[in-house]
Structure formats: C-alpha cells, structure tokens
Design a protein around this ligand. Structure first.
Ligand SMILES: O=P(O)(O)OC[C@H]1O[C@H](OP(=O)(O)OP(=O)(O)O)[C@H](O)[C@@H]1O
Length: 198
C-alpha cells in the first residue's frame, strides 16, 4: 500500500497520529502486516518486542507470523515484578512530557534476535529507549519496524513542530538508521539485519 493511503488513514483531529484507525480497516491492516513482514523470514527472528500500548497490536501479529515469542516493553508502573528483574529508563517524547519504559529482563533470551515494533515514531524517543532496554537485557536487535512519520506534515490540528522541539530536533538519530536498518522509506522502513562491526 502506498504511503499516501496510510497517511490518510492515520490522520486525526488531535495532536498525534491515529494509527488504530488503520488497524480497524481489514485491508489496510493486512497490507500493513505484509509490508512490514516482507523482508523477514521466521528463521531470522527469535523474538518480537512491542512498545506499550499500540505497538502491541502489530507486535503480536508479527510474532505470530514469525513463529516468535512476544516481549512487551511496558510503560512505567505496569510491571508487577520484583525490582531485581526490572530495568527502566525515562524519556521525553513527542508530547514534551517525561515518560518511563520498563522491561522484565527475564522475557529476553540472551542473544535473542529481536525485531522491535511500534505503531509510529516521530522523535524516536520511545523507540531508542526500548532499544536500549532490550540490549541491556541481552537482546540482539536485528530490525526496527515502525510507521515512520519523521519529517511528515503534522496531523490536522498539530503544529508542524511537535511539542518536543523544532523540526530539526525531531530528526531521528542517524545511528539508529545506520545500525538497525531503519530507513526513511515510508510508510514502513525496510527491515534488515544490521551490519555490525565484529
Ligand atoms: O517518536 P516518539 O516521540 O517517541 O513518539 C512515538 C511514540 O508515541 C506513541 O505512544 P504513546 O505513548 O503516545 O501512546 P500509546 O502507544 O499508548 O498510544 C507511539 O505509539 C510511539 O510509541
């Protein structure tokens, strides 16, 4: 499906994109899953990780399709587990507000080839924080799957520059693209096993 079609489906009257509207459309949801899965084979991914909350929707589907386990990266305060098993980090995302992401380290198999999934990213703050938590827990992140709205026109009603800063500050750190196979191809970056220095 073309980016324009995705963009029309996720437009909103608010301050953020409305990706769940895309998921409600059966054809668009199927196209979305096919687009993002296309570069990957089940034998390349051990686990799929999704970011709370809407990232759980595509994350669960991709995990099923790849015959992989699903790892949930939770918003702060949601993990009812002992402190010793929990790692967390704070971030400031497109809203300009501080949030926390948490991970149960027992969910990540050491060295598990992990595909990190979310519904959309604008500043990539949540993505980079989830990525760091997964790596701290021992994951080998082999790709990032996300609807990439960096540099897009803002949703209706949203200023062009997000609450978190101006357009320049919203550029996703280049190392994320280079190391984890994120490309600015819309609607979905292509996934790929990153080339790592040995
Ligand atoms: O690129 P960023 O600036 O990090 O913003 C993108 C993130 O923000 C949204 O999540 P949010 O926490 O708003 O809510 P939801 O998933 O619970 O809807 C979205 O799902 C991404 O996780």
């Amino acid at each position: 499906m073309e980016w324009d079609e995705y963009r029309d489906l996720i437009q909103s009257a608010g301050y953020r994109y409305n990706v769940p509207a895309l998921f409600a459309d059966a054809d668009a949801f199927a196209a979305f899953c096919e687009d993002v899965l296309d570069p990957y084979d089940a034998d390349e991914v051990d686990q799929v990780a999704g970011i709370d909350a809407i990232g759980f929707v595509p994350g669960a589907v991709l995990a099923w399709e790849l015959d992989a386990g699903f790892v949930s990266v939770r918003k702060g305060g949601k993990l009812p587990i002992a402190e010793e098993h929990r790692i967390s980090d704070s971030l400031v995302d497109y809203t300009g507000e501080e949030k926390t992401l948490e991970l149960d380290t027992r969910m990540v198999d050491d060295g598990a080839r992990t595909l990190l999934v979310d519904d959309w990213m604008e500043t990539a703050s949540q993505m980079t924080t989830a990525l760091d938590l997964l790596e701290r827990a021992g994951a080998d992140v082999v790709g990032i799957a996300v609807l990439d709205v960096r540099g897009s026109a803002a949703p209706a009603g949203q200023p062009e520059a997000s609450a978190s800063g101006d357009a320049e500050e919203n550029e996703v750190p280049l190392e994320l693209d280079e190391e984890y196979g994120v490309h600015t191809i819309r609607p979905w970056h292509e996934l790929g096993t990153p080339e790592r220095e040995q």
